[in-house]
Design a protein around this ligand. Structure first.
Ligand SMILES: Cc1cc2nc3c(=O)[nH]c(=O)nc-3n(C[C@H](O)[C@H](O)[C@H](O)COP(=O)(O)O)c2cc1C
Length: 232
């Protein structure tokens, strides 16, 4: 369809998870989407929407545990934990508010939690801060030898349903590649209220430095050969 304001421009606006996008190019969550000025740059460069860097519950907990170890006062533990937690959540909420003030494209927040109450708490704060949608960066490292696949799927559905009950903005699930029967999982998520699904996350890639005998970060960037795997 021709855009009447700019006759030479084709209208590629679309809908995604109930959001109106001027085009279907969405900048994925990464270190490049953690500052309002970077988000503005993506808007200027033509992005249809931006997904903010995820707020990781585990990172907050690790950060507060480190500070607790440095403290001489064990009785300060609860105080430190609560302080770090609320501070880091607040920083993320400020990012959402600033991004909404400075940009006009939809801002999709992203969370990664492991305690069920945290998913709800983070989601409610994020909606109140003005995010247009929420992406769930769900990932559990499954190591329980007795756990079957149904339990994993049930966990996804439980988190989704509880979040859908708690907030009204669209909820999108981001999946990893290593999942059995992806169409069936997506169908299950759809009937349980998911507004969208993102394929796929690229999880942290570990490597081993054989000279230093240390675990180090592997290749950060995907390359063109990764694409055929995603398309398959
Ligand atoms: C350095 C880096 C950081 C990322 N951080 C996040 C994150 O915080 N949350 C998330 O959901 N995805 C994160 N991702 C995954 C990307 O959003 C994207 O889904 C993934 O990289 C696949 O796209 P690609 O093949 O273009 O790299 C990150 C990826 C990279 C490379």
């Amino acid at each position: 369809m021709l855009n009447i304001n700019k006759p030479d421009m084709i209208d590629i606006s679309t809908q995604y998870a109930g959001l109106n996008l001027r085009n279907p190019i969405i900048v994925g969550s990464s270190g490049l989407t953690r500052k309002p000025e970077q988000i503005k740059e993506f808007e200027k460069a033509g992005a249809g929407a931006v997904v903010l860097k995820s707020l990781f519950e585990e990172q907050i907990d690790i950060h507060s545990s480190r500070l607790m170890q440095e403290s001489d006062y064990p009785e300060a533990a609860d105080y430190i934990h609560e302080y770090v937690r609320s501070n880091q959540i607040q920083e993320y909420l400020d990012l959402i508010k600033q991004a909404k003030e400075t940009s006009t494209i939809p801002i999709i927040a992203s969370i990664n939690c492991y305690k069920s109450e945290a998913w709800i708490e983070f989601a409610q704060h994020i909606q109140a801060a003005g995010a247009d949608a929420l992406e769930l960066n769900i990932y559990f490292l499954e190591t329980d030898l007795t756990q079957d696949y149904d339990a994993t799927r049930e966990r996804y559905v439980r988190i989704l349903r509880r979040i859908k009950e708690a907030i009204t903005i669209p909820v999108i699930l981001k999946l990893g590649k290593a999942t059995s029967n992806i169409p069936a999982l997506i169908h299950l998520l759809k009937i349980n209220g998911a507004d969208g699904v993102v394929l796929f996350n690229r999880f942290y890639q570990p490597d081993i430095d054989i000279h230093k005998l240390q675990i180090v970060s592997g290749n950060v960037f995907s390359n063109h050969s990764d694409l055929s795997d995603t398309l398959r």
